[in-house]
Each structure stands twice: as structure tokens, then as C-alpha cells.
Write a protein that binds this ligand. Structure first.
Ligand SMILES: [Ca+2]
Length: 303
């Protein structure tokens, strides 16, 4: 029974992905083991993975062939099928380059000590490269893993189309004026919501998506001076959806989040699994790292 369910889900996923994911072939990669070798990174199957622990071969490299010079909007790393049981195998520092001759490479993205990937099984985390270009070959160099030298990833996807953000309007939230709650949905990273009023905790912000829309992700953007004034990021929060602003359904909860760092105007994305469509979204911030002060530049919703 379980197999049947899985097969059905996978078939559906691949037909959806086929329209927007670039089909790639492996050119070369670190590791040789057939079962968990580099070819597993682009076989289209999240249940097979590339897994390497060969410190002398670091940085680990994967080179993919897109067939023709092509650009992409986002690349995605899919975690392994047992990352939850064997944590800390996700990459945290890597570089992405493009080339048309496999000799001259142009760096299109670099991430250092990035903690976006969590210890979850077969979950995709997507990144927008800093630069774009028409390249046939894409090289991924993994320089540092979460805890040591072992890496595992089940897929690297190149997506033609990026996720679409949903335009929201502010409904309600604590604080007015220049640093009021409305600043989380004005579209600007340099304006922020900042409040320290313990009596109003937990701080609730409601946003209106305009029409009933299912979200797959949301993004929290740190304030413009979070690096200087650390500890203002949320620590515990809930996300809820509603179509009438009175009956709310919980869509997700985060406790002791460690992925958001004290950086200025940085967006951190969080996935929402299998959420129905709602028009209104409520974020309930229960705790921050510092104590009671919170600040966020934006709250973004993605289809
Ligand atoms: Ca803003």
C-alpha cells in the first residue's frame, strides 16, 4: 500500500516538475560508488542520493550538463532520504559556476555558512543565483558541510521559473508609524517593523493575499540593522491561514529557530507543507532571541 501511494505521488511530482526543471546529465562528480555515486544527483529520483565522505577529495564537485546553453532562475538542493536520522550532512558553504567549454568558469553564486537546509528527508531548498548567464555546464563545489566532511544530497535541480511571490496587503498588527507592523508588507527591505511591548505579546500580524491562495513557502526578512542590534529575530512562531479572519487553521510552527541570523535585510525561507488555499495569513510571534523586542523588514508569501 505504501509503495502504491509513493508511486502515485512521485508520478505527479515529476509531471509537474518536467515543465519547469531543466533536464541535466552528469559530466563528473566526486565519488565512485555506484549506489551512492554522483550520478544519483540528477536521476530525477529523490529516494536515491549522492553520499561522499572523502576529506582528501574536498571540495566535492558536481558538474552537470544542461545540453545547450541555458539559464535558470533558481537551483534547488534536495536533502537525502535519511538526513533526519543522519543529520549534519547538508552543505553550508558552496560555489556555483557556469561554463560553455568546461575550462573557463564564471562564478554565479556563492553561499557561506548558509543554514537554509535543514535535517529533513527529501526536501528541496531553493536558491536564486546572484548572477545569470547562458551556460551549458554548471559546476557545484561544496567546500564545507554542516558538521564535518560527509555530504549527502539526493538531487540538484535547475529551475527555469522561480517561485512567485504573492502581493499582500497589511490587515493588522501591533505598532504604528515608521516602525509599525504595516512595514512588513510594503515591499521594501529598508523599512521595518520593530516593537518592544511585552503586554502585546504574542505579536500577531495578519496579511491579506487578495484571493484565496495556497502558499508553499514564506520568507522572513531581517531588519536593516539586525547585525548591530542582535537578538531581535523571532525564535518561536506559528503560521495560520483563514478565509474569514475568524476561523484560523495552523499551517506551521517553528520553535527555537536557528536558521535566521543577525544579518541585515536577509531573507530566510520556510516551507509550508500541503497547505490549503487561504486568503488571510496570520503570523504569531511568541518569542524572540533577545527577549521581547522583535524586528522584521518583510514577511513574504510564495505560491
Ligand atoms: Ca518593509
Amino acid at each position: 500500500m505504501r509503495m502504491l501511494v509513493l508511486t502515485g505521488t512521485m508520478a505527479l511530482t515529476s509531471s509537474v516538475l518536467a515543465q519547469e526543471t531543466i533536464k541535466t546529465k552528469l559530466v563528473s562528480g566526486t565519488g565512485s560508488d555506484i549506489e551512492e555515486g554522483p550520478a544519483m544527483i540528477c536521476d530525477g529520483d529523490a529516494s536515491t542520493k549522492w553520499c561522499v565522505d572523502e576529506p582528501s577529495h574536498m571540495p566535492y564537485v558536481i558538474i552537470l550538463d544542461a545540453g545547450t546553453p541555458t539559464d535558470f532562475a533558481e537551483y534547488g538542493f534536495v536533502t537525502g532520504n535519511d538526513t533526519q536520522d543522519y543529520p549534519d550532512r547538508n552543505p553550508v558553504t558552496w560555489r556555483v559556476s557556469g561554463s560553455n567549454d568546461k575550462q573557463n568558469w564564471t562564478t554565479i553564486d556563492t553561499q557561506e555558512n548558509d543554514r537554509t537546509l535543514r535535517d529533513e528527508n527529501e526536501q528541496e531548498y531553493r536558491f536564486k543565483p546572484a548572477k545569470k548567464g547562458q551556460f551549458r555546464y554548471y559546476r557545484f563545489e561544496f567546500l564545507k558541510m554542516a558538521d564535518g566532511t560527509r555530504i549527502q544530497l539526493s538531487e540538484i535541480n535547475l529551475h527555469k521559473v522561480g517561485r512567485t511571490s504573492i502581493k499582500t496587503t497589511f490587515v493588522s498588527g501591533p505598532g504604528n508609524g515608521k516602525e509599525g507592523a504595516a512595514m512588513v508588507s510594503d515591499g521594501f527591505f529598508y523599512t521595518k517593523w520593530c516593537i518592544d511591548e511585552p503586554s502585546k505579546m504574542p505579536y500577531s500580524i495578519v496579511l491579506d493575499a487578495g484571493t484565496s491562495t495556497a502558499i508553499t513557502e514564506y520568507g522572513l526578512v531581517t531588519g536593516d540593522d539586525s547585525h548591530t542590534y542582535s537578538g531581535r529575530n523571532p525564535r518561536n512562531w506559528k503560521v495560520m491561514g483563514s478565509n474569514d479572519k475568524s476561523n484560523w487553521k495552523q499551517l506551521g510552527e517553528v520553535k527555537n529557530d536557528r536558521s535566521m541570523r543577525d544579518e541585515n535585510e536577509q531573507e530566510y525561507r520556510f516551507r509550508v507543507k500541503n497547505a490549503p488555499a487561504y486568503r488571510y495569513y496570520k503570523f504569531v510571534f511568541e518569542k524572540t532571541w533577545e527577549d521581547t523586542r522583535i524586528q522584521l523588514a518583510e514577511i513574504k508569501l510564495y505560491k
